[in-house]
Design a protein around this ligand. Structure first.
Ligand code: SF4
Ligand code: SF4
Ligand code: SF4
Length: 327
């Protein structure tokens, strides 16, 4: 029973873990901004929430071979999530991302209440273009417009030094508009499946494009399919799995829900290019877990996890942030 819900266990674990690191980061922030004398080390994993800065750092790494010294854990996790998508589709979205987890939970409540609806095509496709337009903007600004000088200036800027603190401040003291937007996004997710993830998140769009080259994909054995369409009803991306032999959509999160719900034995499987089938969600979950732990250990032992910059230096910038000097 427990293993049947293994994805929910993963999602809940990472959600609770994110709340825990948020709590630790809050205490670090209190010290860094001079509100407390009690030093709490910054949890480096908080940098997972800085994908834009990590993309800048990745470009710099590719051009110069120099690793990000300000938010090294952010870059390490960014690279790990890209590799994870290359290996196991958008498993980051389906198994790890706390926002995706909340979105999935809300969607499930909407489904149980019978209020979950599918948007008509005329609304679905224009809405879906929003996240790709946002992604295109960021890719253009970072990969095309930014030269080495601009990248270095950004990475060493006071803004980047305190960007995680700014993010915390954004959620600790949300404006009325922020609160309204958050309420709207949660409320609409009861009615429209995974609204934020499917239509608005540029990070998910980026990972989805990487996942197009993924080694694994859902495959359907047409001869065994009874066309019940249960797979589409449960799919968080509402993919029409029953229409294809291979699902290579940028929306597929590798969640295994379609395989779990399919009543036809051996009809659906997660398969590799050379036809190695992964039929068990436990095996897939184990692969995700081993990958994440390995990525973390490699980053720690390679010295790409903790910033070499002294906490006191960060504190100087944070104090300036608190004094509103950096705004
Ligand atoms: S689409 Fe964005 S918010 Fe949703 S699970 Fe993926 S990364 Fe997270
Ligand atoms: S759930 Fe399985 S049997 Fe039903 S339509 Fe989908 S692939 Fe075919
Ligand atoms: S239900 Fe199947 S096709 Fe849909 S996202 Fe999950 S694994 Fe991919």
């Amino acid at each position: 029973m427990l293993l049947k819900n293994i994805r929910i266990i993963f999602q809940s674990f990472f959600l609770i873990f994110c709340i825990y690191i948020g709590y630790k980061f809050y205490h670090y922030y209190q010290w860094a901004t001079g509100k407390s004398d009690f030093y709490v080390p910054k949890p480096p994993s908080v940098e997972a929430f800085l994908p834009i800065g990590s993309l800048v750092s990745l470009k710099k790494l590719a051009l110069t071979g120099a690793y990000d010294s300000v938010h090294p854990a952010g870059l390490s996790l960014f690279i790990a999530f890209i590799l994870l998508c290359f290996l196991m589709r958008k498993a980051f979205c389906g198994w790890i991302c706390p926002v995706g987890a909340v979105s999935n939970f809300v969607q499930k409540i909407g489904s149980k209440l019978g209020i979950l609806k599918e948007l008509p095509k005329w609304a679905h496709y224009p809405l879906m273009s929003i996240k790709y337009l946002l992604l295109g903007f960021f890719l253009y600004m970072i990969l095309i417009s930014m030269n080495l000088y601009a990248m270095e200036a950004f990475i060493q800027s006071p803004y980047n030094m305190t960007v995680d603190g700014r993010m915390l401040k954004f959620f600790l003291k949300p404006s009325a508009i922020t609160i309204c937007v958050l309420i709207f996004l949660i409320a609409i997710s009861f009615f429209i499946r995974n609204f934020w993830c499917r239509y608005l998140c540029p990070y998910g769009a980026f990972l989805g494009l990487i996942a197009l080259a993924s080694l694994l994909s859902i495959r359907r054995d047409e001869t065994k399919c009874i066309n019940c369409k249960k797979c589409e009803k449960i799919c968080p991306a509402s993919l029409k799995i029953y229409e294809k032999d291979k699902i290579n959509s940028p929306e597929c999160q590798g969640c295994f829900d379609c395989i779990k719900v399919c009543p036809a034995k051996d009809c659906l499987s997660m398969s590799c290019v050379n036809k190695i089938d992964i039929k068990s969600i436990r095996v897939f979950a184990g692969m995700v877990l081993i990958f994440i732990i390995s990525a973390w250990l490699i980053a720690v032992f390679a010295g790409k996890w903790e910033s070499p910059i002294k906490p006191e230096v960060f504190r100087t910038y944070y104090m300036m942030l608190e004094d509103k000097d950096l705004r």
